[in-house]
Design a binder for this molecule. Structure first.
Ligand code: COA
Length: 695
């Protein structure tokens, strides 16, 4: 039994602050519990005693001679804090409906609630929630609408108002709910634990989650990964706007708006993210009502060519596959339509088609094994066929139900009445064809299982990495010197071309001769960020004489331009030949922790921000997907007769970076910019790294 079972299926509930006055939240909760047909024991608590809705009112929680699975607190915040100790002594779960806690800055009050509960081993839902509905007992312990239809959709919402509105909307859509949980301030129980219950619970088929943020992003991803087959989730995450101005020292950091990371993390584990409430609802309803498709072949049946074409275009946009086996289409549909109809997909049974024709055509589609999903479209002709059409669709659908069938009815009043009737019968019906197609896409997506691949062992010189980090930590340097960053990358097994640190001309010449020309020299200083701008970089050094001149020029120019800079020496390294410049980076996200980034360098990253993220570490299989996601991918794959670049070398680099930043959590940000990629191999030309300084 899941440890949250008593919360979702309580044997007894107490309402602390049950009110004698109709209209007050403390009254509505009692009324809803009663009206939901709850069969467990109900204990209203109010110091005034008496009776509420025929139930005996207890003056104190200690008067109740029973165990309490769930206590619902509906007294003002100040009182809630005063009584929490008593409540926590008695109740396993405490739902704090009361507002006025951390959401208005009352952090202390919220802390007191959670800590007191913890002391007695109780758990808290909320505060600032509208309660909980659970179809199993059933119990409606919310102050929302009293009538809730039981079904297989669970709604978990961080926003209270939205959650309550969802109850109303679900009723309008005739969508049955298995649970509706408000998580509010998430002071103790979060969406992660709630999901772990809902994924185990036998009634719930699909969860619709509304969140604004996540604190424990990794636990969330894990719970999604581990969900049993047949359980789906659709997430509406608000706050598409960019993360506020964060103090970031790297490219990766500045590109990592929190929403970009959310998007990437969701993609990584295969979570379907709805862009709007409307999409979310359409998708959830469709998933709740439809069996999973057994194959990719979609067939469109329509009485209007135009609507069919619009549907076909939308299918293309969403990557849905229209059945194109002409023999099957001909055999299935040819004799259902007049001569001027078309059995090509979209199957146009023509404007003449009435209930009878729809019935036959759909029956054929349901029966044909190589058809896996049906989009049935009907343009309302404004005549008397409404009843026949309605009956035909409902009858056939109910008879078969063996594959997903989604309906679009377009037109005026008649269309609306058909849609209402179809919804009432539990058929996914839409007025807009795009909504139907996007919902079918969602149905395919939620039933896909994502295989991210497996992690592999790689060798790293961990002692060396530790040593470099420790040295910087001792000196309280947040930014590593470029040679230190390179040393760490080299120790992590990333391909860093040979480099030396020269402290004088002789050392510079010796290093250059060892490496072989052409070489590059760069100033090493934590105080100089834009080295080129201050004359800190000399490229294409061809011989000893030029090497000596370059060294002197760099030192002189940097001292002149940035007089206070600490100059640690000059890095001498090979001048790399031209290749495709890419950027590989990592940053630390507040929700998901270490993430990795990839993109093409130059304008692709600077102007087009054509980059992609993943939560680190991640297997190579997922890294390959990640790389293919960028718009400029064809440049790597090879364009206009050019040979493709060594993508596996990039994969290996990102893989190692993912492991490096998770093994060495001190690394807060990292940029390899550029990582130059060739037909064979990928080499680090420049790198930056910053670490978390110990206090
Ligand atoms: N134990 C039990 N009951 C007590 C009590 C105690 N120690 N002290 C007072 N009460 C009783 C009151 O007498 C009252 O009952 P009555 O109406 O029969 O007199 C009842 O508890 C409620 O107290 P009251 O002071 O009238 O509060 P309220 O009903 O005006 O407001 C809340 C209480 C919880 C509804 C309010 O503080 C609140 O937070 N509202 C917002 C809720 C919300 O929106 N949540 C988030 C949704 S997403």
């Amino acid at each position: 039994m899941h440890y949250l079972e008593p919360l979702f299926n309580p044997e007894s509930v107490a309402i602390v602050g049950a009110s004698h006055h109709e209209g007050k939240i403390g009254h509505t909760v009692v009324k809803n519990i009663l009206e939901s047909g709850y069969k467990g024991r109900i204990y209203p608590i109010n110091p005034k005693g008496g009776e509420i809705l025929g139930l005996k009112v207890y003056k104190s929680i200690f008067e109740i001679d029973d165990e309490i699975d769930v206590a619902i607190i509906v007294v003002p915040a100040k009182v809630a804090v005063e009584i929490i100790d008593d409540v926590a002594k008695k109740a396993k779960f405490i739902i704090v409906i009361t507002s006025g806690f951390s959401e208005v800055g009352n952090i202390e009050g919220e802390k007191k609630i959670v800590e007191t509960a913890k002391k007695y081993g109780s758990r808290v839902l909320g505060p600032n929630v509208f309660g909980i509905y659970s179809a199993k007992p059933p119990i409606n312990a919310t102050f929302g609408p009293s009538k809730i239809k039981a079904g297989n959709v669970a709604v978990v919402s961080q926003s209270g108002a939205l959650g309550i509105a969802m109850i109303g909307k679900a009723a309008e859509e005739n969508m049955g709910l298995s649970a509706i949980v408000s998580i509010g301030n998430k002071a103790d129980l979060t969406e992660v634990e709630i999901l772990s219950y809902l994924f185990e619970d036998e009634i719930t088929k699909v969860v619709f989650l509304y969140i604004e943020g996540l604190e424990n992003g990794r636990d969330f991803l894990d719970i999604i990964r581990k969900r049993p087959p047949g359980k789906s989730i659709i997430v509406l995450k608000a706050g598409r706007s960019k993360a506020g101005a964060r103090a970031v020292a790297s490219h990766t950091g500045s590109l990592a708006g929190s929403d970009a990371i959310f998007d990437a993390a969701f993609r990584q584990v295969g979570i379907l993210r709805a862009e709007s409430l409307e999409d979310g609802l359409n998708w959830v309803t469709t998933v709740a009502l439809s069996p999973p498709p057994k194959g990719k072949n979609v067939v469109i049946v329509t009485n209007g060519g135009g609507l069919g074409v619009i549907a076909a275009d939308a299918c293309e946009k969403y990557g849905l596959h229209l059945l194109d086996d002409m023999e099957v289409l001909k055999k299935t549909f040819q004799d259902v339509m007049p001569e001027f109809g078309s059995y090509k997909n979209p199957v146009d049974i023509t404007g003449q088609a009435g209930g009878k024709e729809y019935k036959v055509a759909l029956e054929r589609a349901f029966k044909e094994k190589s058809i896996h999903a049906i989009l049935a479209l009907y343009c309302d002709r404004g005549d008397a066929e409404i009843e026949e059409i309605k009956n035909a669709l409902v009858e056939v659908h109910k008879k078969y139900r063996n594959k997903p069938a989604l309906y679009t009815i377009f037109g005026g009043e008649g269309a609306t009445s058909i849609i209402t009737a179809l919804k009432k019968e539990g058929l996914p019906a839409f007025s807009d064809v795009e909504d139907a197609v996007s919902s079918l896409y969602a149905l395919y997506k939620v039933n896909e299982r994502k295989d991210e691949g497996k992690m592999e062992e790689v060798k790293m010189d961990e002692d060396k990495i530790k040593q470099v980090i420790e040295k910087a930590l001792k000196e309280k340097r947040r930014k590593l010197l470029s040679n230190e960053a390179k040393e760490i990358l080299k120790a992590a097994g990333v391909d860093v071309p040979e480099f030396y640190v020269a402290k004088n001309i002789e050392e510079a010449i010796e290093a250059a001769n060892k490496i072989g020309y052409p070489i590059v020299m760069k100033v090493i200083s934590e105080d100089i960020i834009h080295k080129t701008d201050v004359g800190g970089v000399v490229l294409n050094i061809e011989n000893e004489k030029e090497a000596a001149e370059a060294y002197e020029a760099i030192i002189e120019s940097c001292k002149r331009n940035v007089p206070k800079a600490r100059i640690r020496g000059v890095e001498v390294t090979k001048m790399l030949p031209k290749g495709v410049e890419t950027i590989v980076g990592s940053t630390t996200d507040p929700s998901f922790g270490k993430v990795v980034m990839f993109g093409l360098g130059g304008i692709y990253v600077e102007v087009m921000k054509d980059v992609t993220f993943r939560v680190a570490p991640l297997p190579k299989k997922e890294i390959r997907r990640m790389i293919r996601e960028i718009e400029s991918y064809p440049i790597l794959a090879g364009v206009r007769g050019e040979k493709g670049k060594d993508i596996e070398a990039i994969v290996d680099t990102i893989y190692r970076i993912g492991l490096l930043v998770t093994k060495f959590e001190e690394i807060m940000e990292l940029d390899i910019n550029p990582l130059i990629v060739y037909e064979k191999g990928a080499k680090v030309a420049d790198a930056r790294m910053s670490i978390k300084v110990r206090k």
